[in-house]
Design a protein around this ligand. Structure first.
Ligand SMILES: NC(=O)C1=CN([C@@H]2O[C@H](COP(=O)(O)OP(=O)(O)OC[C@H]3O[C@@H](n4cnc5c(N)ncnc54)[C@H](OP(=O)(O)O)[C@@H]3O)[C@@H](O)[C@H]2O)C=CC1
Ligand SMILES: Cc1cn([C@H]2C[C@H](O)[C@@H](COP(=O)(O)OP(=O)(O)O[C@H]3O[C@@H](C)C(=O)[C@@H](O)[C@H]3O)O2)c(=O)[nH]c1=O
Ligand SMILES: [Mg+2]
Length: 297
């Protein structure tokens, strides 16, 4: 029997890559938002009943971090209540749920990289809604993987990497926060890891389900990340308005509605050991995304 795989949010960065990465793993169901609207959690069970997925992969989320501060109910519906419905359905139907979460569940006050069992203490509505989504998955008792990641970038959709390239093309000056640390993670890597985990659930051995951190290796700041991307664009001959490197500023000089963690570096050794996987360093990972964008130009 063909495995039926539901992918939510397939118009997003990770969802787009999942369509490619999971294409050989089964029959993909990729509903547009109107056909599976996470803002309407009560509508989801009927759709799941009609599709009967064996695997639900859920990269869909309310990801506008600042806007979430003004729309907490919507963020909660999409990032937590809808996730609870999917998890409960998966538990009742013995389906596997693969869900994505974020470094923003942590407060950022740790020295060193965050481990899966470190205490979550979200500082924003987005982070809090994602944490509640995670808890709903665990409470449901369904077979699940929760993949916590950070600073996602890819060729498809919106992200910081593309924003920096756009601003460098049109502005004389650019100031970027230099006291928030983490690691940019390719959307394609997240989809490939998902495909690997799904593939392994087909083996007869017991599966180490649970929560895993997945991010590129090493640590950088938003400022160093922006500087690196802009240097790549300069080297590749992109016409940039920006003459110098971006200016480094403290987070306090870049007021935003939502508070971001100062340190959101994720320790990914649990995933690497459990599945014998290697994860790329953030610089080659970012360069690969840049090169793909450059080729598509
Ligand atoms: N982006 C990042 O930097 C990070 C993301 N994550 C997590 O990774 C996951 C994937 O993120 P990413 O791919 O970047 O997200 P995107 O913002 O690129 O995509 C989000 C997707 O969710 C869909 N969506 C939003 N609202 C609804 C809704 N009401 N009903 C159905 N679908 C909806 C969007 O659809 P539409 O196109 O219609 O808007 C889109 O397809 C998320 O869980 C996110 O929390 C974790 C860490 C960092
Ligand atoms: C555009 C811009 C941003 N910044 C700062 C703001 C912020 O602190 C940092 C990154 O900006 P962003 O808007 O990409 O940040 P943000 O939307 O908070 O990114 C987060 O998204 C969610 C979905 C996640 O889960 C996180 O892992 C993380 O990727 O850079 C500057 O300093 N200068 C600028 O010109
Ligand atoms: Mg953002």
């Amino acid at each position: 029997m063909t495995t039926r795989i539901l992918i939510t949010g397939s118009s997003g960065q990770v969802g787009f890559e999942l369509k490619r990465a999971l294409a050989l793993q089964g029959e993909l169901i990729c509903p547009p938002r109107q056909a599976f609207d996470l803002a309407q959690p009560a509508s989801l069970a009927a759709a799941l009943d009609s599709w009967q997925p064996d695997i639900i992969v859920n990269p869909a989320a309310y990801t506008a971090v600042d806007r979430a501060e003004d729309e907490p109910a919507l963020a909660q519906a999409i990032n937590a209540d809808a996730v609870a419905v999917m998890a409960q359905w998966a538990a009742a139907h013995h389906a596997l749920l693969l869900h994505y979460s974020t470094d923003y569940v942590f407060d950022g006050d740790k020295t060193g990289a965050w481990r899966e069992d470190d205490a979550a203490k979200p500082q924003s509505v987005y982070g809090s809604s994602k944490w509640q989504g995670e808890q709903a998955v665990r409470a449901s008792g369904c077979r699940h993987f929760i993949l916590r990641t950070s600073w996602v970038a890819g060729i498809y959709g919106q992200n910081f990497l593309k924003t920096m390239l756009r601003l460098a093309a049109s502005r004389d000056s650019l100031s970027v926060v230099a006291d928030q640390f983490g690691a940019p993670t390719p959307a394609s890597l997240l989809a490939d890891v998902a495909a690997n985990l799904v593939q392994r659930t087909r083996s007869t051995q017991g599966q180490p389900y649970g929560t895993y951190h997945v991010a590129a290796q090493g640590r950088t700041s938003w400022h160093e990340y922006a500087s690196y991307v802009i240097a790549l664009a300069r080297e590749a001959g992109w016409p940039l308005q920006l003459a110098a490197a971006p200016q480094a500023i403290p987070g306090s000089a870049y007021p935003q509605k939502a508070r971001r963690p100062a340190n959101s570096q994720l320790d990914c050794s649990k995933l690497m050991q459990a599945f014998d996987l290697q994860l790329p360093h953030w610089q080659p990972a970012v360069k690969q995304i840049f090169d793909t964008l450059d080729n598509l130009k």
